[in-house]
Write a protein that binds this ligand. Structure first.
Ligand code: KIV
Ligand code: ZN
Length: 387
């Protein structure tokens, strides 16, 4: 794979489903997986097979139908998880076992109640076991961003020596900030002797709203896989949003010269599907996929966009699969935008009629926050009937 290509690992079906209230049934998971494949996602984490019979069946069903993306299943560092995961992903043309264990002092002491040496042994054993079952093994250091550096280096070196080809350093609780997270990735590249045998991956949660910024900072420091979800779905405040990462890399390729395999025109459709299936409404001002992401309300902005869209649009709506940006008509809209809207609706008014209609439109805006196409049609038709 070329040096600047970033692998996109989508975990909407696993970490995304861990959002309270976001469960999906088998048929919905298969539909989402096929959409992700069609969009060009490299790796689809389809679930956590040991978690339930339903999760196993969903991972297994996805593994049977998806051909182009690699299908991963999650497993803790225990035999039963790893064997169940291997069974679930077996039908896939390209499969992966993603095994993890916590490495931070807090997690080792309170959650695992294991000594650091025992954790290192578990890493060796779990990765070796997974490698005996599948070719492609990813190992994650849960709570990696809060792990002591010498110990993290030791864990990563052990996982690579046991056969892991992707090493993921999650910011499990969304605690990292970009410079610090990038420095952590750079530290691993500098200090782990066998690091060149693996791809470094990042998995950022959004508790401080920094998941995308942290992921991009890590890529600039040398990471080459990003784990993310559609609409930023995921535990608590969610994961890094796939659409934001991809469009940031595409739009600011001058500052971040990295590519992905994503067909960006498929983004809107995937976002709508995930929102419909989970019932999680996308906030209107959400970057890239929110209803207002390409909408212009202020008259100054509308006028600029009509003259040249680049004045207020840093990417085209078409590039994410929308047909065109919407000029939302309201009290901030100017005469130029109003004339354009009338034209779109099929009206060509002379100067006097336009002035009269614009005046009535402004009066209406004082009474109504959003003026819809139907309101404008009624306004112009009433005006025509009155004369
Ligand atoms: O957030 C996390 O640490 C995870 C791991 C299981 C990869 O989701
Ligand atoms: Zn996570």
């Amino acid at each position: 794979m070329e040096q600047n290509r970033v692998i996109l690992f989508d975990t909407t079906l696993r970490d995304g489903e861990q959002s309270p209230g976001a469960s999906m049934n088998l048929e919905e998971k298969v539909r989402i997986a096929l959409t992700l494949e069609d969009m060009g996602v490299d790796v689809i984490e389809a679930g956590f097979p040991i978690a339930s019979a339903g999760d196993f069946e969903a991972v297994n069903a996805v593994a049977k139908v998806v051909k182009k993306s690699r299908i991963a299943g999650l497993a803790r560092a225990v035999r039963a998880d790893i064997e169940r995961c291997a069974e679930a992903v077996r039908p896939a043309e390209l499969s992966r076992i993603h095994t993890f264990i916590s490495t931070s002092p807090l997690h080792m002491k309170y959650k695992l109640q294991m000594e650091p040496d025992a954790v290192v042994q578990a890493i060796h054993d779990s990765v070796s076991m997974a490698r005996n079952l599948v070719e492609d093994v990813e190992w994650s250091a849960e709570d990696g961003s809060r792990t002591e550096h010498d110990f993290l280096c030791r864990c990563v070196e052990t996982a690579i020596a046991a056969g892991a080809r992707t090493i993921n350093i999650p910011d499990t609780v969304g605690y990292a900030v970009p410079d610090e997270y990038a420095a952590l990735i750079a530290m691993l590249i500098n200090r782990v002797p066998n690091i060149d045998q693996a791809i470094l991956s990042v998995h950022c949660h959004n508790d401080l709203g920094l998941a995308v910024a942290n992921s991009l900072a890590a890529v600039r420091a040398g990471a080459r896989q990003i784990e993310c979800t559609i609409n930023g779905l995921g535990e608590r405040a969610g994961n890094a949003a796939l659409e934001e990462i991809v469009m940031a890399l595409r739009t600011r390729n001058d500052a971040m010269p990295f590519s992905t395999g994503i067909r960006t025109e498929a983004i809107t459709r995937a976002s709508k599907l995930v929102s419909t299936v989970t019932g999680f409404v996308v906030q209107p001002n959400k970057a890239i996929v929110g209803a207002n992401a390409f909408a212009h309300e202020s008259g100054i902005h509308q006028d600029g966009v009509l003259k040249n869209a680049a004045t207020y649009e840093i990417m085209t709506p078409e590039s994410v699969g929308l047909s065109r940006s919407s000029l939302v008509m309201g009290k901030h809209s100017g005469r130029h935008a109003f004339r354009d809207k009338l034209k779109q609706l099929g009206y060509e008014l002379g100067d006097n009629a336009l002035n009269e209609a614009f005046k009535r439109f402004k009066d209406l805006c004082d009474k109504k926050k959003d003026v819809f196409d139907e309101d404008i049609i009624a306004l112009v038709d009433d005006e025509a009937r009155a004369h």
